[in-house]
Write a protein that binds this ligand. Structure first.
Ligand code: R5P
Length: 293
């Protein structure tokens, strides 16, 4: 198993779970911003898993993936499986305005075109595409980290009264979470008017401890708007769990100001609230994509 830049910790943990050797890919930036990549020797004839962490560095992670996968195959790797704890560019999954790139489709095609044999990711933002099969033509597995997030929270808090998903898409995560913490779930309605302009409607009178779950926190607008909504309707305590904590533009201040008491995320993207490892979910996905389970 090989780990790209910023992916050593996750790569090491996954390799320990799977019982395989781990080595980092040697990378650095040239003075002009271009990337340098050097893969370890001895990959010839082997199946190689490459873990690439794309969170707050989506562009360099993609270029790094291209350079690394192509080099591994040139050096004789039998196959390369790409593990992306966070799949970048998934939210621009449509040409919303004429002339816009359908980024998800283009990035998926680009990664497939490298010649990887499989792709594994965690809580990928599948909204208008409902399954991995609709996006990829190769074996691709999307696993969830919601079980691990729910286990972590339920060890520290008890008596959840409700699990809330901010929008229809979050229903899948709210459902998994609610089973784990033994509380019902609801899904609200979200309208996004701009990068940070979000309105969340719906809901009911709340009481007790409520947990909001989502795949991504980026600007924090979705969570802050959801929390304000449920606070105004009576929630006693509001917690937040997300898989990918990008936390851009002061997202955490916005979220805490809206009445949230605690935030947890996985470490798929480094952030101050990353208290749950994405490695067990990623390892489970890798076993599936490699046909070991
Ligand atoms: C979009 O539908 C996703 O599931 C998240 O709700 C969204 O990416 C969060 O973005 P932000 O934190 O900027 O509202």
């Amino acid at each position: 198993m090989l780990g790209g830049s910023t992916c050593t910790a996750i790569g090491l943990e996954v390799s320990r779970i799977l019982g395989v050797e781990f080595q980092p890919v040697i990378t650095r930036e040239f003075p002009d911003g271009e990337l340098y990549v050097r893969v370890p020797l001895g990959v010839s004839g082997k199946r190689v898993v490459l873990v690439e962490c794309a969170g707050r560095r989506p562009n360099s992670a993609l270029v790094e993936s291209v350079l690394t996968v192509k080099t591994l195959l040139k050096k004789g790797a039998r196959e390369v499986v790409l593990a992306l704890p966070y799949f970048p560019y998934a939210r621009q999954d449509e040409e919303f305005n004429p002339g816009e790139a359908e980024s998800l489709r283009i990035v998926a095609e680009m990664l497939e075109g490298l010649g990887v044999s499989g792709i594994v990711t965690v809580d990928m933002h599948l909204h208008r595409f409902k399954s991995m099969e609709q996006v990829f033509h190769i074996k691709a597995v999307n696993v969830t980290a919601m079980n691990e997030l729910a286990s972590y929270l339920s060890q520290r808090y008890s008596d959840f009264s409700l699990v809330v998903g901010p929008d229809e898409e979050a229903e899948q995560w709210a459902r998994v979470f609610s089973e784990k913490v033994n509380a019902p779930y609801i899904v609200l309605r979200k309208e996004r008017r701009g990068d940070e302009d979000v309105e969340v409607r719906g809901g009911l009178p709340y009481k007790g401890r409520v947990v909001i779950v989502d795949d991504i926190i980026s600007t924090g607008s979705t969570i802050a708007e959801t929390a304000s909504n449920i606070k105004a309707m009576g929630a006693g305590e509001i917690l937040v769990a997300c898989t990918h904590g990008l936390f851009v533009s002061g997202a955490e201040s916005k979220i805490f100001a809206s009445g949230v008491q605690d935030i947890i995320s996985t470490n798929s993207v480094p952030n101050p609230f990353a208290r749950v490892s994405v490695a067990p979910a990623l390892a489970a996905g890798l076993k599936r994509v490699m046909g070991d389970e």
